[in-house]
Design a protein around this ligand. Structure first.
Ligand SMILES: Cc1cc2nc3c(=O)[nH]c(=O)nc-3n(C[C@H](O)[C@H](O)[C@H](O)COP(=O)(O)OP(=O)(O)OC[C@H]3O[C@@H](n4cnc5c(N)ncnc54)[C@H](O)[C@@H]3O)c2cc1C
Length: 440
């Protein structure tokens, strides 16, 4: 018997329901990853995130080899490549971890149709076992976080499993292919100091977070200069870490609540795939008169707005491919409210550079900050004053100086003046939403 394990963003050997199901009772196991140009070069194309992915694959290949298996690489449309591989290996079944985005779900259906052998979908990307089953008492999906969180907290969980000690070998003679270099894929690295991808690094980071910092998380998570947050997001995005295992191991209620936000936005994208393109709130669809100021957008991207906290966040993104959550909130509010620029422009820039760039979390958070998405509040509630935010969350300026060298050693004369006046921009923003809501 031969079984295919089709890997996508579940790049680990610990707590992996699809791997655990696929390896049992089979003579040969074929763990395959298929590069798809529609993703590599699509609207979420990203050199930094793809480089991280390549490192995850190399690490996974090492873990598989240590267990008597190895990673098989293919390149092309999965509906053709997985079907070809199944024919070539005379596979009896395919196992994979289910995902929530419209592209992924449509692709998975096509692969299933092309195969003609049993195909099994498993949980494994989220903390909750089944996001689809979490419903309001009326049977609807949730669109506000607090009641979702309550239902989610009580929803079924699996007991995390360890890594298998040994795995069935590949079928003899199967061409395994090789992990390409980033340049071979037509992409290039754009950030200087990215985190390194892979389950091994991710598990070490998790271990250190649990032992050194989890106890102080609730207090330190918002302080920009402290490394109080876990920085586990890229490892969760690619499934180097199982969200369920992370949830079970981290002894912090507040941290588990953040994993709840991750599951919430995945639940929302699953039920409202149209959010990927347009505002969740119908009254704001096509009614907000967004600015098309390219120069202001460029200043935002490059961290030259004259607002130190905004610029520090944007330069951290450019430098590391990651940004502190508090800074993400402030830069997103600044782009959509102070500059009045379409949230989709910001969403796209984040997707290009973020190692953790994730369709559900990125789209959900951008819409949330832009006040057009789920979990609605009046626009002024998510309109942050960058100077006030800096006073509260970077009181001695250490974060800002780390990323904006012009502000070190009293060198402020080389730093640009603010591109907008926050108080004026704030009034204009609130007026923009009032007009849109009354016309929509
Ligand atoms: C405009 C904007 C865009 C964002 N885009 C993304 C994105 O593309 N991918 C992404 O993973 N997160 C995104 N976030 C959420 C959040 O900023 C990051 O998850 C967090 O900063 C990652 O750092 P951490 O791992 O140290 O988080 P921690 O504070 O240690 O939190 C632990 C984990 O909880 C999850 N989490 C925390 N906050 C959120 C949140 N608000 N929404 C969803 N999940 C959350 C993440 O998986 C994170 O790794 C975005 C937030 C904003 C405001």
């Amino acid at each position: 018997m031969t079984t295919i394990l089709w890997l996508r963003r579940d790049l680990r050997v610990h707590d992996h329901p699809a791997l655990d199901a696929a390896r049992i009772g089979t003579d040969h196991l074929v763990p395959v990853f298929c590069f798809d140009d529609r993703l590599l070069h699509g609207r979420h194309a990203s050199g930094p995130r793809t480089q991280f992915l390549l490192e995850c694959l190399a690490d996974l290949d090492r873990s598989l080899r240590a267990r008597g298996s190895r990673l098989v690489i293919r390149h092309g449309r999965p509906e053709a490549e997985i079907a070809k591989l199944a024919a070539e290996t005379k596979a009896d079944a395919v196992h994979y971890t289910g995902d929530v985005g419209a592209f992924a779900r449509d692709r998975d259906r096509r692969v299933e149709q092309a195969l003609g052998i049993p195909v099994h979908e498993h949980p494994g990307l989220f903390a909750a076992e089944n996001l689809e089953a979490i419903r309001t008492t009326d049977g609807n999906p949730y669109t506000t976080f607090t009641p979702f969180h309550r239902a989610w907290s009580g929803s079924p969980r699996r007991r995390p499993s360890g890594a298998p000690r040994a795995l069935p070998p590949l079928p003899p003679g199967l061409a395994h292919g090789a992990i390409p270099e980033l340049g071979d894929l037509g992409l290039h690295q754009e950030v200087e100091e990215p985190m390194r991808g892979g389950e091994t690094v991710g598990r070490e980071r998790l271990r250190r977070f649990v032992s050194d910092r989890a106890a102080a998380y609730e207090y330190a998570r918002d302080l920009l200069a402290e490394d109080g947050a876990s920085r586990l997001s890229p490892y969760l995005h690619f499934g180097c870490l199982s969200a369920r295992e992370v949830e079970a191991r981290v002894p912090s209620h507040e941290f588990r609540r953040q994993l709840g936000w991750r599951d919430f936005f995945a639940h929302v994208l699953l039920h409202f795939p149209g959010n990927a393109q347009s505002e969740h709130q119908a009254r704001y669809r096509g009614t907000i008169n967004w600015s098309r100021a390219e120069k202001a957008f460029e200043a935002w991207c490059e961290g030259r707005t004259g607002y130190p906290l905004v610029d520090a966040g944007m330069r951290q993104l450019r430098h590391e491919g990651w940004m502190h959550n508090r800074a993400r909130l402030v830069v997103a509010s600044f782009l959509t409210k102070d500059l009045g620029i379409d949230w989709r422009w910001g969403e796209r820039w984040f997707m290009r550079l973020l190692l953790d760039g994730d369709e559900a979390s990125n789209n959900g958070n951008w819409q949330w900050v832009a006040s057009v998405g789920v979990d609605p509040r009046p626009p002024f509630r998510r309109l942050f004053n960058p100077a006030r935010q800096q006073e509260r969350f970077d009181p001695d300026g250490a974060y800002v100086r780390r990323y904006v060298p012009e502000l070190r050693n009293g060198g402020a004369h080389r730093y640009p003046p603010p591109i907008v006046d926050h108080q004026v921009a704030r009034q204009e923003a609130l007026a923009r939403y009032r007009v849109a809501a009354s016309s929509g």
